[in-house]
Design a protein. Structure first.
Ligand SMILES: [Zn+2]
Length: 348
């Protein structure tokens, strides 16, 4: 048996809870001293189309044989691979947009070799860490994925790579101005969106979801409507209309800004939302969609005095005709009883 053959049987660490497939395979490649091109070549020996599927989506490959082929190449058990490649729900970010992480989680993992990328960070409606209540920030790599980057990139991000606790402290300091009530609203919105996307579940029961507001279609249409600009030019997405300008001593900017401009004429779909690298944009959309869909329940979290003049009611009052016609048309397809208010409020 050669040295390489023996390393096949050396135990690789178990996946972390909710670890992404690409993160675990990066650890496997390091373990086997294998580069990405060598790994791809091994996959191609069994199936070119599986290699293409893995290239197109390294976390959630869409190919009926990917588990079989990757298991043959890596000797990782199929049940582990299936679990790694299982999305948290329907709205995971597009592959190129999976660039966020909680730096406090990374600091707890310790050095890069012990880090792993969590599926919680690649889900489009999640923009705040549920454990640390800190915003997810752009991180070019996590764990062994750092070794796939050029040395110049590693050097440029040396602090993040070597001293994540320092980055955590500066993120926490910037985020400390965010009002506690708003933090609760954000956490509840995230949970609501997750439950809304995944359908009836224990999670929905826990957060007290009433029947009739759980439909994935309702969430998709409202998120998509808010994330779109409804023009063919780069302009502010609709959600910007709903953001308060002067509340909470400026923490609105920390929490929701800067929202990147988007270009989205025509008839949009949920991919508009899942292809946004802008966490502030997605955070704003989730909060205001929760206000639209959960209505009175959200008033427990968002004080009406501040959000009565902004939020969903203001979006409705200023919505361009193309957007309201589209939403009305989509609403007519929802099952009976699943509706948000699409009529402009009488006072705004
Ligand atoms: Zn965290």
């Amino acid at each position: 048996m050669t040295g390489l053959d023996r390393s096949l049987h050396k135990p690789l660490r178990d996946p972390e809870p909710l670890e992404c497939l690409s993160s675990y395979l990066a650890a496997w490649r390091h373990h086997r001293h294998t580069t990405i091109p060598q790994f791809s070549a091994s996959i191609i020996r069994f199936s070119t189309s599986v290699a293409v599927a893995l290239m197109e989506d390294p976390d959630f490959p869409e190919h009926p044989d990917w588990v079989d082929v990757v298991s043959k190449v890596t000797y990782i058990p199929k049940d582990i691979l299936s679990e790694l490649g299982k999305p948290l729900g329907p709205w995971h970010l597009a592959p190129a947009c999976r660039i966020h992480a909680c730096v406090a989680c990374l600091a707890e993992h310790g050095k890069a070799s012990r880090q792993s990328r969590s599926k919680l960070w690649t889900y489009a409606t999640n923009t705040v860490c549920a454990f640390h209540e800190l915003p997810l920030i752009e991180v070019p790599a996590v764990g062994w994925q750092w070794s796939d980057l050029p040395a110049s990139e590693r050097k440029r991000h040396a602090k993040l790579l070597l001293r994540p606790e320092q980055v955590r402290d500066s993120v926490a300091a910037a985020w400390s101005s965010v009002d506690e009530q708003l933090m609760r609203a954000l956490a509840f919105s995230q949970l609501s969106a997750w439950a809304g996307g995944t359908g009836p579940s224990k999670l929905a029961e826990i957060i007290g979801y009433p029947d009739g507001y759980m439909d994935r279609e309702v969430w998709e249409d409202v998120l998509c409507c808010l994330a779109s600009s409804w023009t063919a030019k780069y302009e502010d997405p609709l959600v910007v209309l709903g953001l308060p300008q002067d509340a909470w001593n400026g923490c609105v900017n920390v929490c929701f800004g800067p929202v990147r401009k988007v270009c989205s004429g025509g008839s949009p779909d949920i991919r508009v939302f899942c292809r946004s690298t802008s966490a502030p944009l997605r955070r704003s959309c989730v909060l205001i969609a929760a206000q639209a869909i959960r209505g009175a329940y959200m008033e427990n979290f968002l004080p009406v005095r501040d959000w009565g003049r902004s939020g969903w009611s203001r979006v409705l009052a200023h919505m361009p005709a193309a957007a309201s016609d589209w939403l009305e048309n989509m609403r007519s397809r929802w099952p009976a009883g699943r509706s948000v208010s699409t009529c402009p409020p009488s006072t705004s």
